[in-house]
Structures are given as C-alpha cells and as structure tokens.
Design a protein around this ligand. Structure first.
Ligand code: MG
Length: 469
C-alpha cells in the first residue's frame, strides 16, 4: 500500500501538478490617483463600479490598505521592490516624481517582483504606466531591464510632455481637455508607436492587450502588472463611456476602469484559471484634490495625493482568488502595497531577498482568513522625510504639510496623535491623553531610523540640455 502511495506521489510530482497549484498567476491592477472614496464598494454615491463591487463581494476588501508613498514614482518603486522608496532612492523631497526629462531610474541592483517571478518561470508583462525610468533618456530605465518581458504603455504620467507651453492655464482641471494639449508617448516594447497617444482609447487598448496576454499565457504561470494611466489628469474616456456617468467626466473615466477590471476577470474565467489566479486591485496614491472636478475623493479621509494624511496614502485594496480568498470578507488589518512583493514572491516559490531590508510582510494569512500577521509599524514618508507612523490604531504625525502650495512642513512637538479607526478623518488630536503611546511610537521611529541606510536619490538626474546654463 505504502509503495502505491509513493508511486502515486512520484507520478503527481512528475506531472508537476503540485507546483502548478502552488504557483498561481498574479495580476496586479493599479489605478493612478484613484481615491479611497471613489468606488461603489467604498461608498461613492454616484460612480458606478459594478465589476469592482463584485470583485470585493467575491473576494476581500481591505479597509486599511496603504500605498507606501503619496505620489506616483515612489509608490511604484515600493510596490515592485517591497521596500520603502527611501531605500532605493526613488523619492525626493522637492521633485517628488520622475519627469519626462529625467535620466534617473530604478537602480539595477533593486530586485523587482517581476524579476522574482521571472526567475520562477513566470511570463511577465507590464501594461500601462511605468514611471520608474524614462527610457528615451536612459535605456537602463526600461521595464525590460527590470524583469518585464512584454511592455505596452507610457514611460511616465500622461500629463508630462515637452510641449507643455501650448496648454492653456488650468488645462489639467478642465473636464473637457483637448487631447492635442498633451504629447504622451505610447510604446510597444521599446518602439514608440504613437505620440501624442490618443488618450481617449488608452484604457480600452490597455485592456485589449491585457486580455490577449492572459489568453496567450493561460498555461501559466504569469504575472500581469497592469498600472492604468487614469484617473490621473488629464482624464479621458472612450466614446462608450463619455458623458455617461452622473459624476461627470471623472466618473466616466473610473467607470471605464471598472469595465476594464470586468474584462480582465472575464478573460481569467474564460481561460478556466480563476482558481489559480490572484487578482489584486489598488491605487498608487490618494486623489488629486487640486484638480477640482477632474480629481477624485478620499471619502471620509483627510487630504489627498501628495499628503501623508490618510487621504494621501490609504487607498482601495481588493483581493480576489476564488477558492483561496474567502468571498465577501472585509479585512480591517493594516496592509500595504509592499506586502504584495513578499506575498507574491512566496506564492511563486521565490525566496525573499535576505541581503537587504524588505519592508513588506507575507499577508497570505490575511488573504485566506487564517488570521492576523505580525508586522512593524508603518512609516509615512513624504519624499525621503519621515512624517508620521502608524502602529495598530494609533498614528502620530511629527511633520505635516498640505499636499500642494506650502513650501515648508510644520513640525509638531509633541506629535499629533490620532486614533485612526475612531477618527478616520484625523480631526481630533488625542496626544495629551496618551503620552505612553507617543513614547512607544517614538522608540519605533528611533529604531527604524537607526537601521535605515537611505540610497542616493535618482530623481535629480535630468538630461544635460535641460540644465540651466
Ligand atoms: Mg499617482
């Protein structure tokens, strides 16, 4: 009997089934500047997001999910490396993000999730906005050099171009931008295929590529990183969605993103791989509030993109994996985009790098409902400066600064203290009532700082012809 079981085990091993079952396909869909309050399942009253609502109903919705930065470039570096951006140099106190003239990029010695998964035999693709290197200025910044085999999309944000002067003032805030005001470059691999990109069809075309990739790679395993260009301004929707949402053009754009999510899930189901595919949806930072009607909503949270208040960094987080992530769960534990690096690496059977600090933790126990996970406090950086810390229910702000328009941060001594679940809008400072909490948080910050080795920033390097003479 024992021999039969051993033979069966050997036979199954040879067929490779256990490995296949243990190495799921991974799809990360990352919206740009989508706020905490912009989806139906997060309480938006007039933006219709039936596909994301269904994703949450069939999977898990996080209430306290954070991006590790308040703007685009550092948040993407953190997601793909599992590390605070201060460790990779992908942040800067003043420049904030890579610009179209930048020559800096994600350093070659950083290990991306794509490299981790590729090393385990995954097919890898990025469809959408990269923003970790402008390869027209420096080929080392191309996603091909960072683990992605298939590449389709923009190197940076959709509002960055060399002809900005032609745009009228306030163009970003308008609900009816002219596509000709922007010169966004669309690439297929390393080939420039369209400039200016027709942004009205960008979401649709990204989605078609994603569906094609899933169909082609359904034999698995594959990693699809799908960072959308929207709802970062200027916002455009295709004809099918234009003028349809009660929320105006911003609603049109988010409703098209929702459609896109629905198409991806349909493709996964059509391929019959839904029980072996983890889909995670999130956003790179909070809503761009200074864009007025063209910007989103942080719901009950304070401030938005560019800020270390909750609205700048707490974002939607939805996990879907039928049969593995229990349906209809709401997870109220703190989790971050950096955790996706660690969790997905381990799911793929890759080792988490031991030669460097990795800030993400394995959240599989949260995803499966097995129980909470142990983690360090979460640190809120603006650029390379630590502004705040959260541990459990408590968040202390050492520095605060409005997202835009104020050159200097305001220091707080004693720090501001908020009980985040009790006061998600961070309105009532309770520092005076809880001095012992401040002491604990301060020692966590001291410990973090003592071990930190910040990398030289990549965001200062620009093309020489753009430097002042
Ligand atoms: Mg963004």
């Amino acid at each position: 009997m024992k021999t039969i079981w051993s033979l069966l085990a050997l036979f199954t091993l040879l067929l490779g089934h256990p490995q296949a079952a243990e190495t799921p396909n991974i799809i990360i869909i990352y919206a740009d500047d989508l706020g905490y309050g912009d989806l139906g399942c997060y309480g938006h009253p007039s933006i219709r997001t039936p596909n994301l609502d269904r994703l949450a109903a069939e999977g898990m919705r996080f209430t306290d999910f954070y991006s590790a930065a308040e703007v685009c470039t550092p948040s993407r570096a953190a997601l793909l490396t599992g590390r605070y951006p201060v460790r990779s140099g992908m942040c800067h106190d003043r420049f904030r993000v890579l610009r179209n003239v930048s020559t800096g990029h994600l350093p070659a010695d950083e290990i991306t999730l794509a490299e981790q998964l590729k090393g385990r035999g995954y097919a890898t693709a990025i469809i959408g906005k990269w923003h970790l290197g402008v390869w027209a200025n420096n080929p080392e910044g191309h996603p091909h050099r960072h683990g992605f085999e298939m590449v389709f999309g923009l190197p940076h944000s959709n509002d960055m171009d060399p002809t900005a002067a032609r745009r009228p003032p306030g163009a970003d805030n308008r609900e009816d931008p002219d596509p000709q005001w922007w010169q966004a470059p669309l690439y297929d691999g390393e080939r420039l295929v369209e400039q200016p990109a027709d942004q009205t069809t960008l979401t649709r075309r990204y989605t078609e590529r994603a569906v094609k990739f899933i169909g082609e790679k359904k034999g698995g395993p594959f990693f699809l990183y799908f960072p959308h260009s929207f709802p970062h301004t200027p916002i455009f929707a295709s004809e099918q969605f234009h003028g349809k949402s009660p929320r105006g053009r911003y609603g049109d754009v988010v409703e098209e993103l929702d459609w896109s999510v629905g198409r991806v899930i349909e493709a996964v189901r059509a391929a019959g791989i839904e029980r072996n595919t983890l889909v995670f949806f999130s956003s790179d930072n909070g809503p761009w509030l200074i864009r007025d009607l063209a910007g989103g909503s942080a719901g009950p949270l304070r401030e938005g993109k560019g800020s270390t208040w909750e609205g700048g960094m707490r974002v939607p987080g939805i996990a879907w994996w039928p049969g593995k992530v229990p349906a209809g769960r709401v997870c109220r534990e703190l989790a971050t985009t950096m955790d996706l690096f660690t969790t997905c690496s381990l799911l793929a059977g890759a080792k988490v790098p031991a030669d460097r600090p990795i800030d993400g933790v394995d959240i599989l126990p949260l995803l499966t409902g097995a129980g909470p996970v142990k983690r360090e406090p979460f640190f809120f950086y603006r650029g390379s400066t630590l502004f705040a810390v959260r541990a459990g229910q408590w968040k202390a702000h050492y520095l605060t600064q409005p997202a835009y328009g104020t050159p200097r941060a305001e220091a707080h001594d004693p720090p501001l203290l908020f009980n985040v679940p009790a006061d998600p809008g961070e309105r009532f400072n309770v520092a005076a009532q809880h001095p012992e909490v401040l002491t604990d948080l301060a020692s966590a910050v001291t410990k973090h700082r003592a071990a930190l080795q910040p990398a030289a920033t990549q965001l200062e390097a620009v093309r020489s012809e753009t430097r002042a003479p």
